[in-house]
Design a protein around this ligand. Sequence first.
Ligand code: AMP
Ligand code: MG
Length: 344
Amino acid sequence: MNTLLLGSEKENIELAATFIKNGGVVGMPTETVYGLAADALNGEAVRKIFKAKGRPMDNPLIVHISDVADIEKFNLVSEFSDKARTLAEKFWPGPLTIILKSSDVIPNEVSAGLSTVAIRLPSHKIARKLIKESGTVLAAPSANKSGSPSPTTAQHVMNDLSGDIDAVIDGGMCDVGVESTVITLATTTPRLLRPGFVTEEEIEEVIGHIDVDDAVLFKLKNDEKAASPGMKYKHYSPKASVVLIKASDDAFVDFVNREFKKDNSICAICYDEDVKKLSSKTIPIGKADDFTTQAHLLFDALRQVDEQEDVTKVYAHCPKKHGVSMALYNRLIRAASFEVIEIE
Ligand code: AMP
Ligand code: MG
């Protein structure tokens, strides 16, 4: 299959929508990461997403809508509760995914056999235009090969999926850079399943206390069932091994410089302030206290690791576990297969 790399002009969005209407799959920019979109109400089309990504079929997809009214128009859920409406009013359009009890129009491929469905209204104009033009709602996971870092540019999508999908719309680099926050309202107490740019603290300001699922911060035991199936898979990993260093900024620099003397095939994903002090190759992701920039650059940094010649290991600061940084921690700890070195 020849994958078209499209600009974001009206006629290109119309062409992409034609692919979707014909049951095809298209890479689309959103404010979080690039998504791989198909008609969410067409199970056969959705199956192509899993095939292109190599995604396990038990990992459900997020349904993207172009307007809150789509939830009722397409009869997506069995109940759109007051709490859901409150969250939607506060955080949509934007990087929050809400899980609700699904209706029977949702194909099994989308919900992976669960009785719930994940819904998001993105703020990205191109994504919303594509959804609207397609005349349906779009199932879209991140547009990467399963297991590799999520794509934040159209080129990342082409690198992973060229030849496997119909087209990619180039909307430039994604603003947020990490996937949406996922919260389920299908439990008695709302539960955070995946941290993102919308934080636990911001959600609690609106709907009161929420639980944080264990899988957000801890490794699932072998026999433990994941509330969010995506959390059980190895994720976000470059080919080189990633190790997190829990240490002061100075101790991080000392550690990496010592390791580099022993082994010059290591590199560091680091803060801007570290670059001058480190003797190894560096991939800076923003200032130490600028979590927004770190989120924006993280996945591109993980992809850059594999572009460096001969790099076999990469060290990164272990992020803090609150606010936007909780999202960074959640992604990096998986990229590192939970390997953390703690330095006093
Ligand atoms: P991705 O689109 O690649 O960011 O993956 C979507 C994430 O949302 C995965 O971690 C899924 O496990 C999660 N997800 C989607 N639908 C549901 C659902 N109905 N219940 C729980 N988690 C879900
Ligand atoms: Mg993904």
